[in-house]
Design a protein around this ligand. Structure first.
Ligand code: NDP
Length: 334
C-alpha cells in the first residue's frame, strides 16, 4: 500500500529563539513494506525542549538534526501494513520517527506498545520519557530521604507535574514554581504545598526563602537561571540538586548566562548532579509498574496540551518556550 505522508523538515538552523521560518512542510511517498518491514501511521507525536539542542550543528548526547531532512522524535503509531510476523495491522508501536504522518521501517527498529490500559499518548508523557525523567531524577539522582523539602522548577510541565506528585506520594513537602495563575491553580490541585508563580514576582530568591524558611533539601532543576540561583541560596547544607534541564538557557546565543552564587555549593557542601534519562532506561519497567499502581489508586494524574496536525508541530514546539503548555505538549496526528 502506497501512502503520502506530510513531514516537518528543519529548513535553517535557529539563532536564538526558533521561528516558524526555520521549519518547512513537505510531502513524501511512503513505500509498501518489504520483507521484515511494516508501514505505520502515526497517531501522536511529542515535541520536547531537548529538540532545541538538536537544531544546533553541534555534537551532543544526541546528534544534530540535518537540514532538509525530516526531524525525529518520539511518536506512537498504528501498524497499517506488515511484512513481518512480529507485528500485525492494528498493533500500536513506539518509534523515534515523529514529525511525520507515516513511515515504513524495519519491524525490529520499533517497540510494540502494551498500553497497560493507559491512553497511548501517555507513553510520550507521564508514562514515557518525561515521566521516567521525573522518577530517575528524584529517586536515583536526588536520592530522596525522609523529611526532605523538595523544590521543583518548571513544575507544571511534562516532567515537573510528575516530579511534584511523586514527591507528594512519598510524603515530602513540595514547593513548585511555574508561570501564571492557571499553572499555579493546577499545582494546588495536585497537592503542591507551596506554589510560586514566578512570573508574578521580581525576587524569586526572597519568595523561596519566605516559603521555605528552614531551607530546601532537594532541588529538581528544569529551568536554570534565577531558579537555580534561588535554590542555591535556600539550600540546606548537603542538599542535592538534580540538574535535569535549564530551559531558560536553551536559546542563549552565547554560552548562556553565568550562575551567581555558585560558590555557596562549596560552603554548604551541596551535590549538583546532571543526568540524561536515556542513561537510565533500565529503570523504565519499574517506573511504569509503579506509575500504573499510583494511577489506579487515584494518586497521580497529569495534564496534556494538544495541538492537531503535523503542520502545527513547529507551532507546538515554539509554545514550549513561551510557557503555553500545561502539562505535556503533544501533537495529535491522523
Ligand atoms: P515542559 O513541559 O516543562 O515545557 C517547557 C516549560 O518550560 C514551559 O511550559 C515553561 O513553563 C518553561 N519555560 C520555558 N521558557 C522558560 C524560561 N525562559 N524561564 C523559565 N521557564 C521557562 O517541558 P518538559 O517537562 O518536557 O522539560 C522540562 C525540562 O526538563 C527541560 O529543561 C528539558 O530540557 C528537561 N528534560 C531533561 C531530560 C533529561 O534527560 N535530563 C529529559 C526530559 C526533559 P512556565 O510557564 O512555568 O514558564
Amino acid at each position: 500500500m502506497s501512502l503520502v505522508s506530510r513531514e516537518i523538515r528543519l529548513k535553517s538552523r535557529p539563532v536564538g529563539l526558533p521561528v516558524a521560518a526555520n521549519f518547512e512542510l513537505a510531502s513524501v511517498d511512503v513505500p509498501a513494506p518489504r520483507a521484515g518491514e511494516v508501514q505505520v501511521k502515526n497517531l501522536w507525536m511529542t515535541v520536547d525542549p531537548y529538540m532545541r539542542g538538536r537544531m544546533n550543528d553541534v555534537e551532543s548526547y544526541v546528534p544534530p538534526f540535518q537540514l532538509g531532512e525530516a526531524m525525529q522524535g518520539g511518536a506512537v503509531g498504528e501498524v497499517v501494513a506488515s511484512n513481518d510476523a512480529s507485528l500485525k495491522p492494528g498493533d500500536l508501536v513506539m518509534s523515534m520517527l515523529g514529525w511525520r504522518e507515516a513511515f515504513t521501517a524495519p519491524a525490529a527498529s520499533l517497540q510494540k506498545l502494551d498500553t497497560h490500559g493507559l491512553p497511548p499518548q501517555a507513553f510520550l508523557g507521564a508514562a514515557g520519557m518525561p515521566g521516567l525523567t521525573a522518577y530517575v531524577g528524584l529517586i536515583k539522582i536526588a536520592a530522596l530521604k525522609e523529611g526532605d523539602v523538595v523544590f521543583v522548577s518548571g513544575a507544571a510541565g511534562a516532567v515537573g507535574q510528575i516530579v511534584c506528585q511523586i514527591a507528594k506520594i512519598k510524603g515530602h513537602t513540595v514547593i513548585g514554581s511555574a508561570g501564571g495563575a492557571e499553572k499555579a491553580a493546577f499545582l494546588r490541585e495536585i497537592g503542591v504545598d507551596h506554589v510560586i508563580d514566578y512570573k508574578a514576582t521580581s525576587n524569586l530568591t526572597a519568595v523561596l526563602g519566605a516559603v521555605a524558611p528552614g531551607g530546601i533539601d532537594v532541588y529538581f532543576d528544569n529551568v536554570g537561571g534565577d531558579h537555580l540561583e534561588a535554590a542555591l541560596t535556600s539550600a540546606r547544607p548537603f542538599a542535592r540538586f538534580a540538574l535535569c534541564g535549564m530551559i531558560s538557557q536553551y536559546n542563549a546565543t552565547d554560552a548562556g548566562a553565568g550562575v551567581h552564587g555558585l560558590m555557596l555549593a562549596v560552603g554548604k557542601q551541596l551535590r549538583l548532579e546532571g543526568f540524561i534519562v536515556s542513561s537510565h532506561f533500565d529503570m523504565m519497567p519499574a517506573f511504569v509498574k509503579e506509575l500504573a499502581g499510583w494511577v489506579a489508586a487515584g494518586k497521580l494524574t497529569w495534564k496534556e496540551t494538544v495541538e492537531h496536525g503535523v503542520e502545527n508541530a513547529p507551532a507546538a514546539f515554539l509554545k514550549l518556550f513561551r510557557g503555553e503548555n500545561l502539562g505535556k505538549m503533544l501533537v495529535k496526528l491522523g
